[in-house]
Design a protein around this ligand. Structure first.
Ligand code: AMP
Length: 480
């Protein structure tokens, strides 16, 4: 058992990022996956969301990236856009000090923008199958240097009907690649995918202990449909969670419920598949940073939500598919923390409850509804907290970003400027070396350069008087 990441053969730049991320010791899945991945072997991993599986592949992958290679070296396929975004952020965080760059290629976003982004230096491309295939077919995603393919949540890719696209993508990729597949369950279609496209894979199934180690308390509350809203309010008051996700079955119900909570002046927002992707990302960012406390969501949005410290999940409507239950409650009890899941069950829904219980192999504890006295007793504390601004929860991201300043320059490819030109000029500044320069993005009319190690201010000052390829560019700190 490795107690620390230092015991793996990892670059110091990766270890530095893990330290900043406060990943002290590897989780069970990381213990098993990292050494095998580092040995370049095909891998099949049975793992659940919340187990630290993203870092299990992101850590060795970032370690393997050849920084000098400009073309994509790794492709990660995921079932949802939110998950793609989350994985990209994890890769950027873990690869921060190695300056690993990553981009997402997902549906419902501008194809043209992605095309431009794919022309940049991107070590890793993370995407949903439909859009990735589109780019491959149109030749806008270079594949000849792809050495690593990660298929994440393979069972979900299958459930959502993406398996054919995944196969079509794999068939286009170079044969001398390493393929890694993660899945919580192994239906025949996923097994068959593994048989067809993997080379003598190592199979990692976490032992019984870590599979059953369940930090989540599952409860059911019987309630009539008409009383759900009152019950929700009572629970929010008595439990008074810092954050909570409330799941509904339809977009319309989400809309109605969020409006109701807002009418009560509760800090609530919504996320569902009917919203624009940009809006969905914005809501997720706001939830992560602690701008509001109650997220009302449909199943579509459940996947890929990785927010630390969600103590309570409420299934306002019981899920009709047993797998959805696991995905929903997988949003709590993450990274070893404990969590609570409360599921509302109406009289006609007992069948679904049984189905879920059989599936998870555990009975949901029948909980009594909060009494009026209990609600009254908790009201003062609830009212006090509801009026308080919640604590932003982005300390670790800030920690990681603290020494980095992103600079904007008003010139790019149109002026025939390349990334190397920035490196040349910036390293000519006294006290600045190539190690102080992070990710460089050269677009048509503008460019962005990350300056590391707290030297951003100094470089910004100096660049106001220096030219790039003989051109004086306007420079200021980038907004994002
Ligand atoms: P995942 O299963 O990839 O969705 O990860 C679940 C959560 O665990 C994420 O919020 C990660 O940031 C966090 N995490 C992953 N690895 C570690 C680790 N070694 N120590 C602490 N937290 C971790």
């Amino acid at each position: 058992m490795k107690q620390s990441f230092k015991e793996f053969q990892l670059d110091s730049s990766i270890l530095q990022a893990l330290e900043r991320l406060e990943y002290v010791s590897p989780t069970d899945v990381q213990q098993e996956v990292i050494p095998v991945f580092l040995e370049n072997k095909d891998l099949i991993v049975q793992s659940k969301t919340g187990s630290g599986k993203t870092a299990a592949f992101a850590i060795p992958l970032c370690n393997k990236i050849d920084w000098l290679e400009n073309k994509a070296q790794a492709l990660v396929l995921t079932p949802t856009r939110e998950l793609a975004q989350q994985i990209k952020q994890d890769i950027i965080n873990i690869g921060r000090f190695k300056r690993v760059s990553a981009t997402t290629v997902v549906g419902k976003q501008s194809y043209e923008k992605q095309k431009l982004a794919l022309k940049q230096k991107n070590h890793v491309v993370v995407g949903t199958p439909g859009r990735v295939l589109d780019h491959l077919e149109k030749g806008t995603l270079p594949i000849d240097e792809i050495r690593y393919v990660v298929i994440d949540e393979a069972d979900e890719l299958f459930n959502m009907g993406f398996i054919d696209q995944v196969e079509a993508i794999i068939e286009k990729l170079p044969a001398n690649r390493i393929t890694t597949l993660f899945s919580a369950t192994f239906p025949e279609e996923v097994e068959s995918l593994c048989r067809s496209y993997m080379d003598a894979p190592v199979t990692i199934k976490l032992d019984k202990v870590s599979q059953t180690k369940n930090p989540i308390t599952h409860k059911a509350m019987y309630v009539a449909d008409d009383n759900k809203l009152d019950l929700l309010q009572s629970i929010l008051i008595t439990e008074n969670p810092d954050r909570c996700i409330v799941f509904c079955r339809t977009q319309q119900k989400v809309d109605t419920l969020v409006n109701q909570l807002k009418a009560w002046h509760y800090p609530a927002e919504k996320i569902h598949g009917g919203m624009k992707q940009e809006d969905r990302f914005q809501v997720m960012d706001a939830f992560k940073s602690g701008s509001f406390r109650y997220l009302i969501a449909t199943d579509v949005a459940a996947r890929g939500i990785d927010v630390a410290n969600i103590p309570l999940i409420i299934n306002y409507d019981i899920p009709l598919e047993k797998e959805s239950y696991l995905h929903r409650i997988g949003r709590t009890g993450r990274a070893g923390k404990t969590g609570n899941a409360i599921t509302f069950v109406t009289d006609t829904e007992r069948y679904y409850l049984e189905m879920i219980e059989n599936y998870i192999g555990e009975e949901l504890k029948q909980a009594t509804l909060p009494s009026d006295e209990q609600v009254e007793k908790h009201k003062p504390a609830f009212n006090k907290k509801i009026n308080q601004k919640s604590q932003p929860n982005n300390r670790i991201q800030k920690n990681l970003d603290q020494d980095i300043m992103k600079l904007y320059f008003n010139g790019g490819k149109k002026k025939k400027i390349r990334a190397l030109d920035f490196v040349g000029t910036i390293t000519s500044i006294e006290g600045i070396s190539a190690d102080d320069i992070g990710i460089i993005t050269v677009e048509h009319n503008q460019s962005y350069v990350e300056i590391l190690n707290g030297k951003g201010k100094h470089v910004l000052q100096e660049m106001k008087h220096k030219t790039i390829k003989g051109k004086q560019l306007k420079v200021h700190q980038a907004k994002k």
